[in-house]
Design a protein around this ligand. Structure first.
Ligand code: AMP
Ligand code: ZN
Length: 450
């Protein structure tokens, strides 16, 4: 049985790894382990109304599996399948045996709901603890979790994970920046988890309050994730705070945080392959991409009992990174998420991902941390308008004086996305701020056309 989170024994942990046996398996050991877990998963999934009917119709069962690659025999599962079978169609055990549910952040239609039993929650907490440990967090740390608690998985996911690690864990929740900083000072917070767009905002409060992070706090490590961000944005956050920021990837359909995480070397995110079987496919043909090519991440849970998911299409675009990681962990690494298949928008025939625009903007020191891409139809023609906040350190009170900067942004974005954008500079702090994940694109075209 997989060693689950033992909430008492980890304080003594001293080695390099949280679970050396599992994290450093050879490729053949990992494959054998995965095959066994996959068979168990398929058997469990068959108990749910949805997969039960599907497997019967297709003549599939755990006995169809002789190798991990045979997963390709099974159909993929989409968010629409989850929504269409809301709320219990994927539940693989009596409701009595489940103890928690989480929902994914969605804006329209039924949310996607994931159920967990005791085993699932322990397994999840363990994966988050393992992830934090890999990034360098230790039981002696004071961990402040700055994100929404509730249906969003970042709150409770990191709470139980950091407790499993053995760290003193502060369930700070989202927002209230001055209080966040007070908590850090009162309790000597050493590790913070927050979404990247919030951390850049939080930094302005440190400045306003005249608090020097290195001198006046004990912060030593940041964990950032839950929303797309570029390497340039990470670099900015590291420079602002003067400490390293580690990328954390997860999605509620695969529990939440603790799916893939950067280790201390920051060379991509180790995807925990003992708990998830990952494939990367071409989103159109659904065929596997060539080794190292970018495609859509498709995942199968290997250690979830209440609600296993088979070949779930995440919509997230990434690639497997080549080579070994110096940390010795053998689980493959994925590249940072470059976008989602449903993030892409088309203007005048050009396919554009928001992260392409962010990559350019974040290289301008004169630009602040927030931007908003507005798509609108003007005189029957689609246009892309980028509203960009000027950096506080740069802004001298006159937007008109920055025409030269504005033109340079237009040129550089055009070179990247092959479309001439309209760029509007706005004052620092002028753009709307969200409590949760940042909204980077506002598409007004459909409502205008309607
Ligand atoms: P939710 O299930 O609501 O928590 O949303 C999960 C989605 O957030 C993922 O499918 C990704 O699109 C996005 N996401 C989570 N973590 C990251 C990350 N580190 N980098 C980029 N996108 C992320
Ligand atoms: Zn590593």
């Amino acid at each position: 049985m997989l060693p689950l989170c033992d909430f008492t024994s980890h304080r003594k942990k001293k080695g390099m790894y949280w679970q050396k046996d599992l994290e450093t398996m050879t490729a053949s050991q990992l494959e054998a382990y995965q095959l066994q877990k996959l068979k168990e998963t398929i058997s469990r999934a068959g108990q749910s109304p949805y997969y039960g009917a599907l497997f019967k119709k297709k003549g599939l069962s755990a006995t169809s599996l002789n190798a991990v690659e045979n997963i390709g025999l099974f159909p993929m599962t989409t968010k629409e399948d989850l929504r269409g079978n809301f709320p219990y169609g994927f539940l693989a055990m009596p409701l009595d045996n489940t103890i928690r549910l989480h929902c994914s952040s969605g804006t329209t239609g039924n949310p996607t709901v994931i159920f967990h039993n005791r085993h699932d929650l322990d397994s999840w907490a363990n994966l988050v603890a393992r992830s934090l440990f890999a990034a360098g967090a230790r039981p002696t740390d004071v961990f402040q979790n700055i994100c929404g608690y509730g249906l969003f998985t970042g709150g409770l996911g990191f709470q139980y994970g950091a407790e499993c690690l053995g760290a003193l864990t502060i369930p700070a929740g989202a927002g209230n920046s001055k209080r966040q900083i007070q908590l850090m000072q009162n309790f000597g917070t050493t590790v913070v988890h927050a979404i990247p767009s919030y951390l850049t905002r939080l930094h302005t409060f440190f400045e306003e309050m005249g608090i020097d992070i290195a001198r006046d706090t004990s912060l030593r490590l940041l964990v950032i994730g839950a929303e797309p961000h570029t390497e340039a944005q990470r670099q900015r956050i590291q420079e602002l705070f003067g400490i390293k920021a580690f990328n954390s990837f997860g999605l509620s359909e695969m529990n939440g945080p603790g799916v893939a995480f950067e280790c201390e070397h920051q060379t991509g995110l180790h995807l925990w392959e003992d708990a998830f079987l990952a494939e990367i496919v071409n989103p159109d043909s659904l065929e596997p991409v060539a080794e190292g090519e970018v495609g859509e991440l498709v995942m199968t849970t290997l250690d979830r009992q209440a609600m296993p998911l088979i070949r779930y299409r995440t919509r997230d675009l990434t690639r497997f990174l080549p080579g070994d990681c110096p940390c010795g962990r053998t689980h493959r690494r994925i590249d940072r998420i470059t976008g989602r298949t449903d993030d892409m928008f088309i203007v005048k025939g050009c396919n554009i991902f928001p992260m392409q625009v962010e990559k350019i903007l974040m290289n301008f020191p004169e630009i602040g941390h927030d931007y908003l891409i507005v798509l609108e139809t003007i005189n029957g023609v689609d246009e892309m308008l980028i509203k960009v906040e000027v950096s506080r350190n740069w802004f001298a009170g006159e937007l008109d004086a920055l025409e030269n900067l504005r033109r340079r942004i237009v040129d550089e974005v055009r070179d990247e996305v092959l479309l001439t954008p309209q760029v509007k500079l706005v004052e620092p702090g002028a753009l709307p701020k969200q409590e949760g994940k940042a909204v980077r694109v506002q598409d007004l075209r459909k409502s205008e056309g309607a």
